[in-house]
Design a protein around this ligand. Sequence first.
Ligand SMILES: Cc1cc2nc3c(=O)[nH]c(=O)nc-3n(C[C@H](O)[C@H](O)[C@H](O)COP(=O)(O)O)c2cc1C
Length: 452
Amino acid sequence: MPQKRIHLNAFSMNCVSHIQHGLWTRPDTRQLEFNRLEPWIELAQLLEKGGFDALFLADVIGTYDNYRGSAETSIAEAMQIPVNDPMMLIPAMAHATEHLGFAFTSSVLQALPFTFARQASTLDHLTQGRLAWNVVTSYLPNAGTNLGYDGLPPHDERYARAEEYLDVTYKLWEGSWEDDAVLSDTARGIYADPAKIHPINHSGKYYQVAGPHLCEPSPQRTPLLFQAGSSDRGREFAAKHAECVFIYASLRNLRDTTSIIEDIRARAVRQGRQGEDILFFQGVTPVVGGTEAEAKAKEAEYIEQGSVEGGIAHMSGTIGVDLGVIDLDVPLDSLEINAMQGIIKGLIDSAPDKSLTFRDLVRKRSSGRFLTGTPEQIADTFEAWHEAGVDGFNIVYAVTPGTFADFIDGVVPVLRRRGLVQSEYTPGTLREKIFGRKLLPESHAAAAYRRG
Ligand SMILES: Cc1cc2nc3c(=O)[nH]c(=O)nc-3n(C[C@H](O)[C@H](O)[C@H](O)COP(=O)(O)O)c2cc1C
């Protein structure tokens, strides 16, 4: 069964600097070309050569603007700004490939569900069913104020909105057009049967949507659903809706990842789904070298050139706390942590060695995402993680396409020899390639809206 192989996604964003900040200045990365189609098309073709399931595109709809009380650091360091729309890249990349899937991020705050459902159906048609949606609820206050909210709606309200948003899209994708609604009958001049196309008449707390859906059923109807929330509410949401979950726990403790997997699977079973209806992808940056020493030297360069301030601005925005109040260059044990907010205290408490500075700690955190070694060593770790229950990996770049190219040239052949990475794609849609089925299963919440 396709589930037993290791699944691979490439993680990127339509911007200059995504996760490992400061490295965009290197001559061996194409991050500065993000405004052009060529690097994206070439990346998609490379990933397809490497048997990847999908290119996964992150997105935000606001700036990280709380570090030292402003967006200055983020802007100066191109830290997720400028950031272009991820959806727009997909048709060109799909045209240049045959099998690769395209997972894009879109927040439930961003577009009305009716508009969004239409965009997604259009892309699912144009990609012939290779589309996945990463459902997010946003975390940047600036996203809220950009989108007409009075600040970012509170966390649990965002998830309540997400629930209703998905209901609306499921009704449009799964229930509005019956399977045999499209006749395309040229002899009689009848394109579709009006009796088989239905309004949805959704009337809820947040959305009023009459329908019908404006697109005829696309190959997958509902795109493959990704999710990446980690709170209790986020896990419950994943357990109900997600088909693939992205985890970005530290690589140093496999148990952090496997306990999330077990927890979400158990929640899914309580919701009437099967544990194996959800695949889990761990984020990792492989740093490959011909020898271990060569790989380590490359990692040391990335750490040395990485931007600590960019990393802290990113972290500040993600956790919603300005870490700019911390002196970067004094030992942690001489910081006045008692006066600090709990979240900062927690970060500092997590440091194994209190003689480190906060600068060291941030460097360690970002290097904690690196998996460094020879192709065999990296393949061994992937295999061990896979055996422990991780279904796949989201490869996070340090340099692009270099991180992906080194992995595909070095590690993929080893994993293929071990029968762990596909050499050929299964025909059909992205869901067929991953789960062996074209549509969501009957046990999924979306299926309740089907007719007949
Ligand atoms: C690995 C990972 C990747 C994420 N990618 C994005 C993203 O690209 N855009 C976004 O707005 N939120 C992203 N998020 C945020 C989550 O989807 C979610 O909205 C946020 O974590 C708040 O939910 P939570 O409290 O349940 O974690 C990501 C989260 C994780 C853990």
